[in-house]
Design a protein around this ligand. Structure first.
Ligand SMILES: [Zn+2]
Length: 154
């Protein structure tokens, strides 16, 4: 199930989506009337399957056709995966920030860190080393660079 929390700030609507998108979700009905600018917080989206993706694209394409300014931020790793797989997943919107998976080289703990896409150079990704929150060991990027960041060079 997906939950939608709305926050209006002037002419901008922020949508905080949370949960898994695995069935036909009627975002149009859940969100209602929309202003000219929408920011979508994707931090809490844990999963999205092919049915969910269809509903997602249908909804955001509708907004795109209304010339809504779309920004996706705090994209979870599940969302980044889709952005990479499906070229029109963001329907003309901007990806402002993404979560990047790291793993501790010592205790194997997994952690995520938030990066602004403008701070990531598509041609030469340079990620800092993080300190593991559990054992203070060294945590390094834990995915395939060419895949996880491929949307940056579109
Ligand atoms: Zn550790």
């Amino acid at each position: 199930m997906i939950k939608v929390a709305k926050e209006v700030n002037g002419t901008t609507l922020t949508l905080r989506l949370s949960g898994s998108i695995e069935e036909t979700v009627n975002l149009d009905e859940m969100v209602g009337a929309t202003p000219a600018e929408i920011r979508v917080d994707c931090k809490e989206i844990t999963r999205i399957n092919s049915v969910g993706v269809k509903g997602w694209i249908k909804y955001f394409q509708l907004l795109q056709s209304k010339n809504t300014k779309l920004t996706f931020f705090q994209c979870s790793t599940a969302i980044v995966e889709q952005i990479n797989l499906i070229s029109n997943f963001t329907c003309g919107g901007t990806v402002e920030s993404i979560y990047v998976p790291f793993a501790c080289t010592n205790c194997k703990a997994e952690l995520i860190a938030l990066f602004r896409t403008t701070d990531l150079n598509a041609d030469a990704i340079q990620l800092p080393e993080l300190k593991c929150t559990k054992c203070s060991g060294k945590a390094v990027f834990d995915d395939i660079e060419e895949e996880y960041f491929s949307f940056l060079s579109r």
